[in-house]
Write a protein that binds this ligand. Structure first.
Ligand code: C5P
Length: 304
């Protein structure tokens, strides 16, 4: 990279998410599921840097970098291609580097976050100033969780999760236990369908008690209302996760749940001191590969 190109680099920071409520409806004709998905952005971040180059290339660094695809299937590449095509530009010639800290294929929307980051970074690099509504539209095309990665904070996602309504959220502390290996989101939804066979599935609705607890900032109240309809499916595919959930609550977490489609497990704790205690107990248990502590809410995609 020449010094002039380096000077033209743009870096965007993007947050991970946890779903404090994930209510899942029946499979739709298009294969997706209607959701009432209460997203909360947490202070675990990836950074996406774009730099002019001869052609579109993707690199990644970080603890899980070897698990990240570097070809055109990576959402960062698809984001750059989508933005260029929609803006009437030629095929994008950028180098996209992901500094990865969010667990890969972990149910924390790390890939979606990178996609949103690449979109915002390329928009700035190319001086497009694309209106926010159009960026959100492109995010929805890239994936159901990508619009939330762009806006961050706390929001209710309906439809397949892409239709967002901001919700109020106080501050909360979290611990995340990173499991060995990932879980495929489509596979977890398929397992949800299998487990639901022969059962009437109600239309998903946001829980008023959960939204009130989220707004109050009271961790005990939020702990009593956390719910993830994908959890039985994730546990069915990875029964060992139940032990990690129990280890966290035994160590003092107020509540434990699978994050999104898993296999990362999320622990709501009272404060930073409790977060440190629960994280070290989980690490000592040998039931996870690593832990991360974080707070919520966190901002969405941010130009650095
Ligand atoms: O939207 P995204 O590409 O991230 O979704 C990945 C997969 O997860 C989908 O192909 C689908 O199998 C499943 N999914 C779903 N219902 C949703 C969101 C995702 O069934 N609301």
């Amino acid at each position: 990279m020449s010094r002039a190109d380096a000077a033209r680099s743009v870096t965007v920071r993007v947050p991970a998410k946890v779903n404090v409520q994930l209510a899942v409806g029946a499979a739709r004709p298009d294969g997706f599921h209607d959701l009432a998905n209460v997203f909360l952005a947490v202070s675990l971040y990836d950074e996406v840097t774009v730099t002019p180059a001869d052609e579109l290339t993707v690199t990644c660094a970080g603890p899980d970098a070897d698990q990240v695809p570097l070809d055109r299937t990576n959402l960062v590449a698809r984001a750059a291609e989508t933005l260029a095509a929609r803006s009437g530009l030629p095929a994008p010639a950028v180098h996209i580097h992901i500094a990865k800290n969010i667990p890969v294929a972990g149910g924390m929307a790390g890939g979606s976050a990178d996609g949103a980051g690449a979109l915002v970074a390329c928009d700035a690099l190319w001086g497009l100033d694309t209106p926010a509504a159009e960026l959100l539209d492109m995010c929805a095309e890239l994936g159901s969780d990508v619009p939330f990665s762009l806006v961050g904070g706390a929001a209710l996602g309906t439809g397949r999760g892409e239709i967002l309504t901001p919700v109020e959220a106080g501050a909360f502390h979290w611990v995340f236990a990173v499991a060995d290996g990932g879980l495929s989101t489509p596979a977890v939804f398929r397992e949800f369908d299998r487990l639901a066979q022969g059962r009437e599935i109600p239309a998903p609705e946001a829980s008023p008690a959960l939204l009130a607890a989220l707004a109050s900032g009271d961790p005990e109240a939020l702990a009593a209302t956390l719910v993830n309809d994908l959890q039985p499916a994730a546990l069915s595919l990875r029964p060992g996760l139940a032990e990690a959930l129990a280890a966290g609550t035994d160590a003092g977490a107020l509540a434990a749940l699978v994050s999104g489609s898993g296999p990362t497990t999320a622990f709501l704790v009272r404060d930073a001191a409790s977060a440190a205690k629960v994280a070290s107990a989980l690490e000592a248990s040998g039931l996870c590969r690593a832990t991360r502590t974080a707070t919520s809410p966190a901002p969405g995609a941010t130009l650095l």
